[in-house]
Write a protein that binds this ligand. Sequence first.
Ligand code: NDP
Length: 324
Amino acid sequence: MKAVLQRCYGSPEVLTFEDIARPTPADNEVLVRVRAAAVNPLDWHSVAGWPYVMRLGSGLSAPNDPRMGVDFAGTVESVGKQVTQFKPGDEVFGGRSGAFAEYVVVREDRAIARKPSNLTFEQAAAMPIAAITALQALRDHGHVRAGQKVLINGASGGVGTYAVQIAKSFGADVTGVCSTRNVELVRSLGADRVVDYKKEDFTAASERYDVIIDNVGNRSPMDLRRVLTPGGIVVIVGAPKEGPWIGMFWGVIRAAMLSWFVDEKFEFFVAQLNRDDLDSLAALARDGKLTSVIDRSFPLNETSQAIEYLAGWHARGKVVVHVP
Ligand code: NDP
């Protein structure tokens, strides 16, 4: 089968498009014929091996595992003999390392779920990492309740477009922050208000929020605290893209430390892919409360260009690859 592989660290150009053996599912695994996969900032970080501390886990001088990609959607090709919940022909989506390939194997009890029939393969593949991040940020860390005021900084990107819709499905009053060209998009996803950061600084306005989901990391904790209601929560999802990697961690540590001294909370978390949350997202999609905004779709053999495009950090929704 064809697969995108990473044999060394560098820019996305180092990725190769190779013929490798098709995986065989173990007794508890499902073999999926991938129809679409999605690109995430994680893929760019994996290719670059940056922040360097990541290499402690993935390989110091070259990746230990050359497979690339996580988010996928496709059709079940075959199943191991202990698998009971999926059968050949089922349309599924989920997350598993090695998704930039024609086939991927996933354990039945891991991050794989039925694809909602009202989503295309590309729309379903777009969801796992970004939409689970949005869901866990709002539900598990922001503890968002109906009627609360929620601000989403970076509302037009992968995580942001899902966060706006999920926050609305929780009954929150949602403000999205994005650039001028994306104002109408964010409004169309259900935001009650949209702040165009090219024209207005939300941290200098009088509006207060119970929960801030920060996908961008371009504001200091003190700036964000100024627009929180007393006891409010900032959920740190993304970090600034510029500057030395130590600065990225310092921003998160500084914010977490501030929580020790004030009533407001600053929480950083790393999203965890799992079946239950995929099922929750699928249910929202089936109810018409959640969909994917696809910015661009690249063929599998142009995955490096897809990652390069996402690395411009101004994607509108998700960047995906399609597998012929
Ligand atoms: P995207 O590349 O899809 O989103 C980038 C978005 O950022 C664009 O829509 C852009 O909007 C927006 N943006 C850029 N500058 C600004 C600004 N000054 N103010 C407001 N918005 C801005 O990334 P994702 O949404 O997939 O990920 C967001 C962040 O979350 C990344 O840092 C990623 O690494 C992190 N992440 C963290 C996870 C975790 O577990 N903690 C999991 C997944 C992602 P515009 O074009 O309108 O400027």
